[in-house]
Design a protein around this ligand. Structure first.
Ligand SMILES: Cc1ncc(COP(=O)(O)O)c(C=O)c1O
Length: 424
């Protein structure tokens, strides 16, 4: 009988008897909090839970302001709008990210300029950013992808030199720290997602952080149909003034509900301990992975003083596995471990969910704009190599168990290495 689960052998992990940690995590605190909102009748609109969460998130991130919004896509869009980004502007984004990072740029009529990432972190490559700057560039959106941090020192230096805004996409990085500063407190604004799989979740949701009072006022108006900031949390169904003649702002409704805020308050209380556990396990397993042939752990930059892992990832080299393709390796890993083992995001110049050219009615603003937003004009060799040859990614819950759990990842790799011949 085969030694490999994918060929009918016994899997390393019996997930019926020994399941992986589940997500999301909740208990009676969430239940009570949700019931409190229910009975209060203040289900939305600048309610007390929303105000409490915004305050707690502000303190946690170490920015001067935080605002919760509907999700981590519109948070990017609002941050761009607050920075006055629009038609004719270019925004530099990494080629390897969830499509929303670039999609938000399209939705404010600007041009997403896709640049390549570094092989060791899969985050935007500062050298490529520098090359991509033109007189039209208005902002950079570094994404702290999976478990790594974009090189914020280099990005902030380029931004200062060229007078560009920096919007950190922190959808994967709640609580991660760069030189003791939290992700979301380094650039002009931070954008967070609280979608179900994320490190903090309310099912859906997002937040914006900033320490720029002008940006904050605009963001608050933009998320709330153009209304000006509330003085007090009101729970009122339509409160807020409309600004004064001359400074009205056109916008829509990007608010969250108090049910979401109730969940986020509890989620934030759990986050530091969960991050510590994931960080400890990641450091441990990376030290083991570093010893294996054909496996390279992601680079942990010494300037990253606190890890935050949306995904646990590593790099695979098929040459050390008798030429076994990474797709077959991932399938064999999934069969051994009984969990999803995925590739990285598809590079945005070839991503099925990033297809601006399918929406001429919205994006064909001029022939020149149409040409500029065509993703196929960008060259992203590192993104392509990561996606099609190297990436092996697990959801962060694999880092939330015991050391024995995470050692199983190493054992699965060793088993596949020893028996790679069976899969060729
Ligand atoms: C890097 C990145 N940015 C933005 C988003 C968008 O967040 P949301 O799903 O909350 O709209 C995501 C969601 O997966 C993401 O991974």
């Amino acid at each position: 009988m085969s030694k490999l689960a994918i060929k009918g052998g016994k899997p390393l992990r019996d997930v019926k008897k020994n399941p992986w940690p589940t997500w999301p995590v909740w208990d009676q605190n969430e239940e009570k909090s949700l019931l409190d909102v229910l009975s209060s009748g203040i289900w939305s609109y600048n309610g007390p839970k929303e105000a409490e969460f915004n305050k707690a998130f502000t303190a946690f991130i170490g920015s001067d302001y935080a605002l919760s919004v509907a999700n981590g896509t519109v948070s990017l869009q609002l941050a761009l709008e607050a920075c006055d980004v629009g038609l004719g502007d270019e925004i530099i984004v990494p080629g390897l990210t969830w499509q929303a990072t670039a999609g938000a740029v399209l939705d404010v009529n600007a041009v997403p300029v896709l640049v390549d990432v570094t092989p060791e972190t899969w985050c935007i490559d500062p050298a490529r950013v520098e090359q991509a700057v033109t007189p039209r560039t208005k902002a950079i959106i570094p994404v702290h992808l999976y478990g790594c941090f974009a090189d914020m020192d280099a990005i902030m230096e380029i931004a200062h030199r060229h007078n560009l805004r920096v919007i950190e996409d922190c959808a994967h990085k709640h609580g991660g720290q760069w030189k003791d500063k939290k992700a979301g407190s380094i650039g002009d604004a931070g954008s967070f997602s609280f979608q179900l799989s994320k490190l903090m979740t309310a099912g859906e949701g997002g937040a914006l952080t900033t320490s720029d009072s002008k940006l904050f006022e605009k963001l608050d108006a933009l998320r709330n149909c153009g209304r000006r900031p509330e003085r007090e949390p009101s729970g009122d169904k339509g409160a807020g003034h409309y600004g004064s003649e001359g400074d009205f702002i056109q916008s829509g409704n990007y608010r969250i509900t108090d049910f979401q805020a109730a969940l986020l308050i509890e989620s934030l209380k759990r986050l530091p301990e969960q991050n510590r556990l994931r960080d400890d396990n990641a450091r441990y397993v990376n030290s083991l992975l570093a010893e294996l042939p054909g496996i390279r752990p992601m680079k942990r930059d010494p300037r990253e003083t606190m890890g935050a892992y949306y995904n646990f990832s590593f790099r695979y080299d098929k040459d050390e596995f008798k030429g076994l393709e990474v797709t077959a390796f991932r399938e064999a890993m999934a069969a051994e471990l009984g969990c999803d083992v995925e590739a990285s995001y598809e590079p945005l110049d070839a991503c099925a969910l990033y297809t601006p050219q399918t929406k001429a009615c919205r994006y064909q603003l001029s022939e020149e704009h149409w040409r500029q937003i065509d993703p196929s004009r960008f060259d992203l060799p590192v993104c392509h190599r990561i996606y099609s040859e190297e990436s092996v990614c697990f959801h962060h819950t694999v880092l939330m168990g015991t050391r024995a759990d995470i050692e199983m990842v190493v054992k699965a790799i060793e088993r596949i290495y020893d028996n790679a011949g069976e899969l060729l």
